[in-house]
Design a protein around this ligand. Structure first.
Ligand code: E4P
Length: 216
């Protein structure tokens, strides 16, 4: 399973990339706004840090303008993947961009049939959102199992990129479902490394070691 980092904070991306845990990065307009930096500048810096798919989202809502923005974003670096929303216009842009050889990550997917439509329109990545479904009382993980099965049934090349992950449990369930990729906020990546028994075990080892008065 690949881990993408879900942030536009380049310091966080660098730290995770140095561990070898960043196979790609996803950004969205909210994350860019949070960074407070110019979009193209952040994307260039991210592409220098991580050699993998870097998602950059269009903000136009009509297909021709999305296409124009997508082509502009794709020119920034060969690793840029253009993110289009799952709307009728977004799917038109997805088809047009993919026909031009530009990879598209279709975002804001909330149902298995939206994912199937995106795959048929040439998406390279499908981003079903888990946390935002949980937020409104739906079972966010349910569509993930269904989407993975549908992609397997018909051998679509689109990769299932689980998004809107808010906790290690989401990641565990996504991995169990066989999703290709999870895009993870840096905090979730740090949480999965921590365990209270690891901390307690290390403390005991070190206190026992101190009693030996030895040095390595
Ligand atoms: C990534 O591609 C998505 O934009 C992101 O995971 C959304 O996460 P959120 O629902 O926590 O904002």
């Amino acid at each position: 399973m690949k881990f993408f980092v879900d942030t536009a904070d380049t310091a966080e991306i660098r730290e995770i990339a140095n561990l070898g845990l960043a196979d790609g990065v996803t950004t969205n307009p909210s994350l860019i706004a949070k960074s407070g930096r110019p979009y193209a500048e952040v994307l260039r810096e991210i592409c220098d840090i991580v050699d993998g798919p870097i998602s950059a989202e269009v903000v136009a809502t009509e297909a021709p303008a999305m296409l124009e923005e997508g082509e502009k974003l794709a020119k920034i670096h060969r690793n840029i993947v253009v993110k289009c929303p799952l709307t009728l216009e977004g799917l038109k842009a997805t088809r047009a961009l993919s026909n031009r050889g530009i990879r598209v990550n279709v975002t804001l997917i909330f149902s298995p049939l939206q994912a199937l439509a995106a795959a048929k329109c040439g998406a390279s990545f499908l981003s079903p959102f888990v946390g935002r479904l949980d937020d409104i009382g739906h079972e966010g993980m349910l569509p993930i199992d269904q989407i993975v099965r549908i992609m397997d049934n018909y051998d679509y090349p689109a990769k299932v990129l689980v998004a809107s992950i808010r906790s290690p449990l989401h990641l565990l369930r996504a991995a169990e479902a066989g999703a290709d990729i999870a895009t993870l906020p840096p905090d979730v990546i740090k949480q999965i490394l921590r365990h209270p028994l690891t901390d307690a075990g290390l403390e005991k080892f070190l206190s026992d070691w101190r009693q030996t008065k030895q040095k390595i």
